[in-house]
Design a protein around this ligand. Structure first.
Ligand code: NZQ
Ligand code: ZN
Length: 383
């Protein structure tokens, strides 16, 4: 196992009615900005619950943060927050609202062009503090230090990581997921699944806690997936929510090599074609597994045996079957796992490779061995 430091200070308040604990979590005497998306929180009663908790606080709101949050929209929030001397952000929504709010928090304290945080990896040392109420279990953004922002006018989707933007608290009430459409529930299941795979499917380093924990989350998601799409059972939703948080709160990623090539290639597909984040992952992951089957052989066999219960009688066919089962699971969740099913044609391979080069992402994967040319092959195999 590799050396590591683990520190996740986000306070998680989990369960039915937990939005009712918001006022006790908010700092006293701050000017709070409530940030949210396109209005789902106004239809499902979350907005009213939040507003009731804000009573007695000084607050304003900013709405309209899109799925795949847009840089230009977020800069409007920065401007409004400056005008109103905001010094605490409350994000209420899915990963896009939480990520967008993290960017606003960083931009408010950033000395320079905020786009540099995303495009040039400029260090974020300070940020306005924030807390969140998560309405879509998927990204893990609620307790992690990462954020992804889209700038569609230049077809860029870029990310940054800073401990300064990790939420101080995350309220997770599984009942808020009842209003999610199936498409978003499926997105959440697949995104969480692939987060685990990015941290697990590399090469063995003898990290047995991380491995067993990762395998447990994967098995949970495989079991929960069909139930989540078919029912509003509270425990099923609660387990989905906690699995998704655990998939990317840092715990399974400590002391192990990490891949993230599927995400980096997927982000370019979203930047170029606007596909949902999880849809890109369902398309790309099976092809990364095929392309990298030699480098990942040991972990692929472990995954096949422990997650899918396959016996490794013949290494090659076991790996083929594990990859097939992974893709079938995504299809069972209603995902179309081929680019051609999304009417995307042959020129996509070179387009993704060119964007990776442009963004300096030329050494992807746990060994830094996946070049833009390899990414082109992976994307072409995804057609
Ligand atoms: O905007 P509203 O009206 O709220 O509607 C949203 C949105 O249209 C809707 N929604 C959310 N909660 C709902 C609901 N509808 C009904 N009932 C509810 N309870 O769902 C739609 C999608 O929301 P979004 O926030 O975009 O989805 P998700 O949570 O999947 O976030 C995706 C974004 O997160 C980034 C992705 O790249 C993408 O931009 N990621 C962030 C990560 C991180 N910070 O660590 C890691 C991930 O890998 C990912 O890259
Ligand atoms: Zn993801």
């Amino acid at each position: 196992m590799q050396n590591f430091v683990f520190h996740n200070p986000t306070k998680v308040v989990f369960g039915r009615g937990s939005i009712g604990k918001l006022s006790g979590l908010l700092p006293e005497g701050k000017r709070i900005m409530l940030l949210y998306g396109g209005g789902s929180i106004k239809k499902n009663g979350v907005y009213e619950q939040v507003v009731a908790q804000l009573d007695g606080h000084q607050w304003c709101e900013f709405s309209g943060i899109e799925a795949n949050p847009e840089f230009t929209t977020l800069m409007k929030a920065v401007e409004q927050a400056r005008e109103q001397n905001v010094d605490f952000l409350l994000a209420v929504g899915g990963g896009s609202v939480v990520d967008g709010s993290k960017f606003v928090a960083a931009a408010l304290k950033f000395d320079g062009q905020p786009w540099d945080i995303l495009a040039k990896g400029a260090a974020v040392k300070d940020a306005v503090p924030l807390g969140c109420i998560l309405t879509l279990p998927a990204t893990g953004s609620e307790t992690n230090p990462a954020a992804v922002v889209n700038r569609s006018e230049i077809q860029q989707k870029r990310s940054f990581i800073s401990d300064a933007v990790r939420p101080q608290f995350a309220i997770l009430d599984p009942e808020v997921t009842y209003s999610l459409p199936k498409r978003q529930l499926a997105n959440g299941i697949v995104d969480a699944f692939v987060h685990v795979m990015e941290q697990y499917l590399t090469y063995p380093v003898g990290a047995s806690v991380q491995d067993r924990f990762a395998e447990g989350i994967l098995q949970n998601l495989i079991e929960l997936g069909p139930q989540v799409l078919d029912s509003q059972d509270y425990n099923v939703r609660a387990n989905l929510m906690w699995n998704a948080t655990q998939a990317l709160n840092g715990l399974i990623g400590v002391g192990v090599p990490q891949d993230w090539s599927t995400h980096m290639i997927g982000h370019e597909l979203t930047a170029l074609h606007g596909l949902d984040h999880a849809v890109t992952l369902a398309i790309v992951l099976p092809r990364v597994m095929q392309h990298q089957r030699d480098a990942k052989q040991d972990k692929l066999l472990q995954y096949a045996e422990r997650v899918w219960g396959l016996s490794p009688y013949d290494k090659d066919s076991t790996i083929d079957l594990a990859i097939e089962k992974t893709e079938l699971f995504f299809r069972q969740m209603g995902m179309m796992t081929r680019l051609s099913e999304h009417n995307i044609g042959d020129d996509i391979g070179e387009a993704v490779a060119a964007k990776l080069r442009e963004n300096g992402l030329e050494k992807l994967g746990e060994h830094g061995a996946i070049t833009p040319e390899h990414a082109r092959e992976i994307v072409m195999a995804s057609l």
